[in-house]
Design a protein around this ligand. Structure first.
Ligand code: S3P
Length: 184
């Protein structure tokens, strides 16, 4: 792992995209720790600048306002290096975020089966888009709509359904190393 750290140390950022519950924050934190990079989460940046929780932002100002704050949060990271960026599951909905992400970072799409995503997101109620009568059907519909957007944005895709986080992080690191060495 030291080998990866040394080679990656002058390299770019890693951004994690994917559906709610795909593991972006936990795997992102682990990656940042392994690389000695800074971990940032666009949701946290939005919460901080708005001074309220995501559910409140959706309730008070609506989704378009949230999406604009999310875009600004991502834009504010432009020019920074040595970041692991966890994004909100809907970051790819704004078309202009995609080239920005790909320019700023090695973009990794974390996937998981629908059952597992449902099980993971059911553990908390902090996701306003899932406050529906049938969250399972909502997940299905959102996944179907977003699948091509994630696919189009990603440099690399990895399934998080069953593998331990440490194994996923190591795989991402070796792919990132390859990506950045090809870029030079
Ligand atoms: C959203 C995902 C959430 C958060 C907001 C909207 C989405 O982030 O940005 O609730 O549209 O998928 P996580 O993917 O971190 O849960």
């Amino acid at each position: 792992m030291l080998r990866v750290f040394l080679k990656m140390s002058d390299a770019g950022n890693i951004a994690l995209i994917g559906f709610m519950g795909s593991g972006k924050s936990s795997i992102g934190r682990l990656l940042a720790k392994k690389l000695h990079y800074r971990f940032v989460d666009t949701d946290q940046l939005v919460v901080k600048s708005a001074g309220m929780a995501i559910t409140e932002i959706f309730k008070e100002h609506g989704e378009p306002f949230f999406r604009e704050q999310e875009r600004l949060a991502l834009e504010s990271l432009h020019g920074w290096q040595r970041l692991v960026i966890a994004t909100g599951g809907g970051i790819v909905l704004r078309a202009e975020n995609v080239p920005l992400l790909r320019e700023m970072a090695f973009v990794v799409w974390l996937t998981a089966s629908e059952e597992i995503l449902f099980e993971r997101v059911s553990r908390n109620t902090k996701r306003p888009l899932l406050h529906t009568e049938n969250p399972r059907a909502t997940i299905s519909a959102l996944l179907a709509a977003r699948h091509p957007l994630y696919e189009n944005a990603a440099h690399f895709v990895i399934d998080t359904s069953t593998k331990p986080h440490a194994e996923i992080a190591d795989e991402i690191l070796s792919q990132a190393e390859r990506f950045f060495s090809c870029e030079k």
